[in-house]
Design a protein around this ligand. Structure first.
Ligand code: PLP
Length: 472
């Protein structure tokens, strides 16, 4: 009987073809319509109703990939993609993903691939220095870093660690304490509320604080809310501050929030999902002032740091808090290395047991760009955002919704929301660019999010020309 496996010779041949395909794709990506325009159900209608009974040739898979799948792809890597936040890939990261898949490593325990764990620990220690984070986040101190899939998972892990710390481990044993209260700004990412719900702490136990004119959390309102809750016998246990909110890039005053958090013995989590990358540049660290008060801090290299999705880095001040909340040791995972206490088992630092070898792509990115290369690109993106903001300011038909602190520009046509809704619909319909929107202080704004791997000054000028010449 023939083996159903693809032979290694065929794999070599198709592998080369796939890498060639990616090169050509990236080389010509800006000629493609940025956003897919397929109708709901269109892709499925092109697929056979049932899975193939007999093996097909891989070249048929690649052909259908081009013909059926590509029309349903929104090209996040296009330099004309300015929507949401970037979700960057880069050649070294893609190769890291490929090699990681080639190894097929599952790194749940140190023992299941020591290099998977040790490279992760090492690269996250490097990043503490590169981002100017406090030394207590390092593995040779009380803390340590771990790669999660997303910032949502980091928030959930931080919430669980905070919950157990606040209840001395009682919640894990006997269920939720209804007195626990969490705080964040009304502009914080929805993953904070979701994480609280998953942790059994309902939305009723979350206080969403109003923001100021710069979309940063109102620290006075936070102080009042925490004091009020404490007087009522509740337990303020968790505060999330954001560096770079999703809608408008609002930056919470970490130090002020951290001082309040400390006063109540609560946990301070800093969500720097997108803007954390800016901390590579010392001149932007002003936005991280107060990080020395944080219990946990996370950012997504898969957003602005050229590391293919998924890759979120989470650091905790005291790893014992995280491990205490998440560790369960069934007999089948017992092993001598774990019992020696000399190794890290990252399964205890996350929700799932199994884990991918994500550190490989991050390591490749750090080595192939170098810190200097990364800083150069971050500074360039911030420069481009400022340039775009200047173009908006110079056109009296437009206004900025906010002064951009870093690489996100929120702007609008002067006038009603409906005009701006029509404008963005027209802009996005043609496939030339892709922008998304936000409600800022209740008013519609367009978001120009700059930070794509391949975005250059000419793309920003081109986008502005198109925006300013489109009549809503
Ligand atoms: N936090 C912020 C500030 C974000 O902007 C986002 C996503 O855009 C998230 C968290 C969630 O990110 P993830 O998809 O990694 O969970």
């Amino acid at each position: 009987m023939n083996s159903p496996h693809m032979s290694l010779e065929e794999f070599r041949q198709h592998g080369h073809a796939a890498v060639d395909w990616i090169c050509e794709y990236l080389r010509t990506i800006e000629t493609r319509p940025v956003r897919s325009t397929v109708a709901p159900g269109e892709i499925r209608a092109s697929l056979p109703a049932s899975a193939p009974e007999h093996a097909e040739d891989f070249s048929a898979c690649l052909r259908d990939f081009e013909n059926i799948i590509l029309p349903g792809i929104t090209h996040w890597q296009s330099p004309n993609f300015f929507a949401y936040f970037p979700c960057n890939g880069s050649p070294p990261a893609i190769l890291g993903e490929l090699l990681s898949a080639g190894l097929g490593v599952q790194g749940m325990l140190w023992q299941t691939s020591p290099a998977c764990t040790e490279l992760e620990t090492h690269v996250l220690d490097w990043l503490v220095d590169l981002l100017g984070l406090p030394a207590f986040f390092k593995s040779d101190s009380t803390g340590g870093g771990v790669i999660q899939d997303t910032a949502s998972s980091s928030a959930l892990c931080a919430i669980l660690a905070a919950r157990e710390r606040a209840t001395a481990g009682r919640t894990n044993r006997s269920g939720i304490d209804r007195r626990l209260i969490a705080y964040t700004s009304e502009q914080a990412h929805s993953s904070i509320e979701k994480g609280l719900r998953v942790a059994g702490i309902g939305s009723d136990q979350l206080r969403l604080m109003p923001v100021d004119e710069r979309c940063a959390i109102g620290a006075d309102a936070l102080a009042e809310a925490m004091a009020r809750d404490r007087r009522a016998g509740a337990v303020p246990f968790f505060v999330c501050a954001t560096i770079g909110t999703t809608a408008a890039n609002g930056i919470d005053p970490i130090r002020r929030v951290g001082e309040l958090t400390q006063r109540y013995g609560a946990w301070l989590h800093v969500d720097a999902a997108m803007c954390g990358t800016a901390m590579l540049c010392p001149e932007f660290r002003i936005h991280n002032d107060g990080v020395d008060l944080a219990d946990s801090w996370c950012f997504n290299p898969h957003k602005w740091m050229f590391t293919s999705f998924d890759c979120d880095c989470l650091w905790v001040r005291r790893r014992a808090d995280l491990i205490g909340a998440l560790s369960i040791l069934p007999d089948y995972l017992r092993n001598a290395a774990t019992e020696s206490g000399a190794v890290i088992d990252y399964r205890d630092w996350q929700i799932p047991l199994g884990r991918r070898f994500r550190a490989l792509k991050l390591w490749f990115v750090l080595r192939c760009y170098g810190a200097a290369g990364l800083r150069q690109l971050v500074r360039e993106h911030v420069r481009l955002a400022r340039l775009f903001a200047d173009l908006v300011r110079a056109d009296e038909r437009f206004e900025l919704a906010l002064d951009p602190p870093l690489n996100l520009v929120c702007f609008r046509r002067r006038g009603e929301d409906a005009i701006n809704q029509r404008l963005i619909d027209k802009l996005n319909a043609g496939g030339k660019i892709y922008l998304s929107h936000a409600l800022i202080h209740g008013r519609f704004a367009l978001r120009m999010s700059i930070g794509g791997t391949w975005c250059e000054e000419r793309h920003v000028h081109q986008a502005w020309r198109f925006i300013s010449e489109t009549e809503p």
